[in-house]
Design a protein around this ligand. Structure first.
Ligand code: ZN
Length: 123
């Protein structure tokens, strides 16, 4: 059993978003529908300057289908930072980090506690 299902199109869109924002970060909230993460919305005020902002300052919209978050690490480190680990549990169970070169190998999915997850990517 895979941990969670993620739509391939969503992954591609997040990678493209990361690339377009580079060297800035983006932060998006993931939505799950019928057991598949297939949608996201950008967190308000997420497109920031080069300085990495702490997630805790964002107002998170309340939604019943929140699945977690996705954001970019322009540094290319595909692992959660200490700030990420504090933020993850507040926004859902699944958290995607993308980084350069923003291709299909440069993303990871994590659980709220920072452990790597193994999602099933579906078309
Ligand atoms: Zn991060």
């Amino acid at each position: 059993m895979p941990d969670i299902k993620i739509k391939m199109e969503l992954i591609k869109t997040l990678l493209a978003l990361g690339k377009s924002q580079h060297p800035d970060e983006f932060l998006a909230l993931l939505k799950v529908n019928n057991g598949v993460i297939d949608e996201f919305e950008l967190a308000p005020g997420t497109i920031t300057g080069r300085t990495s902002a702490s997630f805790s300052q964002y107002m998170l919209p309340l939604s019943t289908n929140n699945a977690g978050s996705a954001h970019s690490h322009p540094s290319g480190a595909l692992r959660p930072s200490d700030a990420d680990l504090r933020f993850f549990p507040a926004s859902g169970r699944w958290h995607i980090i993308v980084g350069p070169p923003y291709d299909l190998t440069s993303w990871r999915c994590f659980r709220a506690d920072g452990r790597i997850a193994e999602p099933e990517v579906i078309s």
